[in-house]
Ligand binder design. Structure first.
Ligand SMILES: [Zn+2]
Length: 388
């Protein structure tokens, strides 16, 4: 991942007030296809965890080097001393200066998921936050390894995920397992086999997050073939830290059906043509790309060029709590970049059309969107997987 400041360049000015977003974007039914569970953690959920667990006890199990790193991060340091916290205070944990501090904050928050009920509280909190934004369908990515390392069992984790998926609430959720490329291909394959053995129907796909530059897609070819053979759907983080070659590999070697980020594909005209021809969508996360330094500003983001070249995209938030954004905010920024209304309607529709759902399950969502935003007919059925 690039090493850069987390503040980014925000030439579009301050984000609009929430009530304006409510009117403009929150009223539309939306899908989130690229959302990391812990990255979406509402601040009150983490406040409860901080108050319920002993930070001293948690830090005892942390290697000295990492503990020292936490000490050096100004945003984390206050939270290393035990006391009772309020959500207002905990908000400050998510204001950090650099990409490294973002990673440290992500690692720090992960230490507090000690019990199955901690994970259940996170899932319920995220679903409530999605409901508030009128996100009616979500594919949430979970890095199982992080919870296994905290001592949770895979079976208990699966039960939490399955319960949330079966609950029949206002947000339909399915799960994508992040096999975390830093595990390396052998351990990732073992984890995949355990996931397959679970027979957990709400786990519908896999992705690979983590250090793309150290663990490029080609290392995981066998794993993707195995997942595909077992009926799992395929997406992968590519073209974020690495350039177009990573997206080429994601398409040709992993046979990914969607590309997580993928925005650096814009550097290669032949690849852009291929993505457009195959209708292989990119899960674009504008603010994330700026905060992680993939692009320097909203204005410099290649999203318009990709759209003009006919590449299909969806819009997501990636880690909204850590990047201080929301799905409504991302659509607002897209509009302020000058993307045409009709394109934005199609992008909203893509969120359902490219979901890892049966076609008959997509239809009601797409019809609801067309009713909520009347206009020219939305494009006919999209979302068939790329040809082999
Ligand atoms: Zn991601």
């Amino acid at each position: 991942m690039p090493d850069t400041t987390a503040n980014g360049d925000a030439p579009l000015g301050p984000p609009p007030k929430p009530d304006a977003l409510d009117r403009a974007w929150n009223r539309l039914p939306k899908a989130e296809l690229h959302l990391h569970l812990r990255g979406a953690m509402p601040v009150p959920v983490f406040t409860d965890l901080l108050n319920q667990h002993s930070v001293d006890e948690i830090l005892q199990g942390v290697p000295t080097l990492l503990r020292r790193f936490f000490q050096r991060c100004e945003n984390i340091r206050p939270f290393l001393a035990p006391r009772a916290w309020t959500p207002g205070e905990v908000t400050r944990l998510f204001h950090y200066e650099s990409f490294e501090h973002f990673l440290a904050t992500y690692a720090f928050t992960g230490l507090f998921f000690r019990r199955t009920e901690d994970l259940a509280a996170l899932v319920q909190g995220v679903l409530r936050a999605l409901e508030e934004q009128n996100i009616v369908y979500a594919e949430i990515t979970i890095a199982l390894i992080n919870y296994l390392r905290q001592g949770l069992s895979l079976e208990d984790i699966a039960r939490v995920l399955e319960n949330a998926a079966q609950a029949g609430g206002p947000v339909r959720v399915q799960w994508i397992v992040d096999l975390v490329r830093d595990l390396g291909p052998r351990r990732a394959l073992r984890l995949l086999d355990r996931v397959i053995g679970l027979k957990c129907p709400s786990i519908v796909g896999i992705t690979l997050g983590g250090s793309e530059n150290l663990f490029p897609p080609d290392l995981f070819k066998k794993i993707y073939a195995r997942a595909r053979d077992c009926g799992l759907r395929l997406t992968v983080h590519a073209g974020e830290a690495l350039g177009p070659e990573s997206v080429w590999d994601a398409v040709r070697l992993l046979r990914a059906e969607r590309i997580g980020h993928g925005v650096r594909a814009a550097e290669d005209a032949a690849l852009v043509r291929l993505l457009a021809e195959r209708r292989l969508p990119l899960e674009v996360c504008l603010t994330s790309n700026i905060k992680t330094g993939v692009v320097s500003s909203y204005q410099a983001h290649p999203v318009r060029a990709l759209l003009e070249a006919g590449v299909l995209i969806t819009i997501s938030t990636d880690d909204p709590t850590f990047f201080d954004t929301s799905l409504a905010g991302e659509f607002d920024r897209l509009a302020r970049l000058g993307v045409a209304e009709e394109d934005i309607r199609n992008i909203l529709d893509n969120g359902f059309a490219f979901a890892f759902l049966p076609e008959e399950d997509k239809r009601p969502y797409r019809e609801a969107l067309a009713r909520a935003w009347p206009g020219r007919a939305l494009r006919p059925a999209l979302g068939s997987p790329p040809e082999a």
